[in-house]
Design a protein around this ligand. Structure first.
Ligand SMILES: *Cc1c(COP(=O)(O)O)cnc(C)c1O
Length: 397
């Protein structure tokens, strides 16, 4: 019989019934340390009292009105986001891929109203991930995700990352924009070189293109700054964000400069649910948390500690680990053993981690973790690593 639930996921058997800070509790009562955070979503841990209060308070007042009317939460949150970023304007969505879709529609529309309707193509990078709609799989370019879904949506050209000369050669009279994740998350936590990203900014300026940073995964403190672009001394023109901004409630947003957004006039884009009062209330509370003066310094400090501890772990298990990658609390461990097996072994040891491309496991802990939880995670990672190593004579006896 065909499963009642469409079987598109390779799900693990475990189901969780409750969360508290960085811990999750399964149906059988087993406790797990959550270093996956719902794929970089639960940045503030589970059931954060401030987020719970924001959601429940709003839930008692008003859930949804549609975008036919003013939504005060959208007005306040967009003002706050534009005050603290490069952006002048924000469109709210329910997910990362919708924020991305808004980004590339905006880029095409910008060129159209600038007198360049022929410029509609977007340069993207191999190893990228932008979501799973037809246009997003075209932008990601992963053949596994494209297979069997008909002709690839036109207008997305994937090229190797890291080679600025190659990028310049790939710009044609039809190019509208360059789309890049500052750190390729899903693709294997590949940190793109700052010089490369700054070079893209320069190329965009020289050729009249828009620069789109997909910060759906890197945004809201994950790399130790509010947004990863802040490490670079440059800014994009358009920036889709999502994952952590709702702390677990589905919220996304597309941020842009006034210039980049100039084509997005009334009637050009829309959504029924995007920016609904519940999402806005939670995102506002999440922003309060991440903007508290101690928050990002804590992320940077704990990330430094975690990376240092991982260095020790790596040295102890050279047969299992090959390399540590990443920025802040977006960390990848490149493995010499199959990453799916390692994820399972870590889970048996009580630790949740997430796979990524290039045989990497991602460590994406909630940004609120403390040193005690880092040490706990190290013991669990060490136990998982040991399960791949030959037993010593004493252990075997
Ligand atoms: C997760 C992710 C997306 C897609 O977000 P969804 O909410 O799953 O649609 C897009 N871009 C990046 C960089 C992501 O990590």
């Amino acid at each position: 019989m065909f499963p009642s639930l469409l079987p598109t996921y390779n799900r693990t058997e475990v189901a969780f019934v409750r969360g508290e800070g960085p811990y999750l509790f399964a149906e059988d009562g087993q406790r797990y340390l959550d270093f996956g955070a719902g794929i970089a979503v639960n940045a503030f841990g589970h059931a954060h009292p401030k987020l719970v209060a924001a959601l429940t308070e709003q839930a008692g007042k008003l859930w949804h009105t549609s975008n036919l009317y003013r939504v005060p939460g959208q007005e306040i949150l967009s003002k706050r986001l534009t005050d603290i970023t490069f952006a002048d304007t924000v469109f709210f969505t329910n997910s990362g891929v919708e924020a991305c879709e808004c980004a590339w529609k905006m880029a095409r529309r910008y060129q159209y109203v600038s007198g360049h309707p022929e410029r509609f193509r977007i340069l993207c990078f191999e190893g990228a991930f932008h979501g799973r709609t037809l246009s997003a799989i075209a932008a990601g370019g992963n053949p596994k995700y494209l297979e069997g879904f008909g002709p690839k949506v036109d207008g997305f050209d994937s090229i190797p990352a890291g080679d600025l000369k190659g990028v310049e050669k790939s710009i044609t009279p039809e190019t509208a924009a360059i789309l890049v994740e500052p750190v390729q998350g899903e693709g294997g936590v590949r940190v793109l070189a700052p010089e490369f990203l700054r070079g893209l900014r320069k190329l965009c300026d020289e050729h009249g293109l828009l620069l789109i940073f997909d910060e759906v995964q890197t945004g809201i403190g994950r790399t130790g700054k509010l947004f990863a672009y802040e490490w670079l001394g440059i800014a994009p023109d358009i920036m889709p964000i999502a994952k952590a901004i709702g702390g677990g409630y589905p919220v996304g947003a597309c941020l842009a400069t006034a210039e980049a957004a100039k084509g997005m006039t009334a009637g050009t884009h829309g959504t029924t649910f995007g920016g609904n009062p519940l999402g806005m209330a939670v995102a506002m509370a999440a922003l309060d948390l991440v903007l508290a003066p101690d928050f990002l310094p804590h992320v940077q400090a704990i990330a430094g500690y975690l990376q240092q501890q991982l260095g020790v772990l790596l040295a102890e298990h050279p047969r299992v680990f090959e390399e540590i990658r990443g920025q802040g609390l977006l960390i990848g461990l490149k493995l010499k053993v199959p990453n799916t097996e390692f994820v399972a072994a870590a889970r048996r040891a009580g630790l949740l981690v997430v796979g990524a491309g290039d045989n990497v496991v991602r460590l994406l802990p909630p940004l609120i973790i403390e040193e005690a939880q880092v040490r706990e995670a190290m013991a669990m990672l060490s136990a998982a690593a040991k399960s791949f190593e030959p037993k010593t004579k004493i252990e075997a006896a």
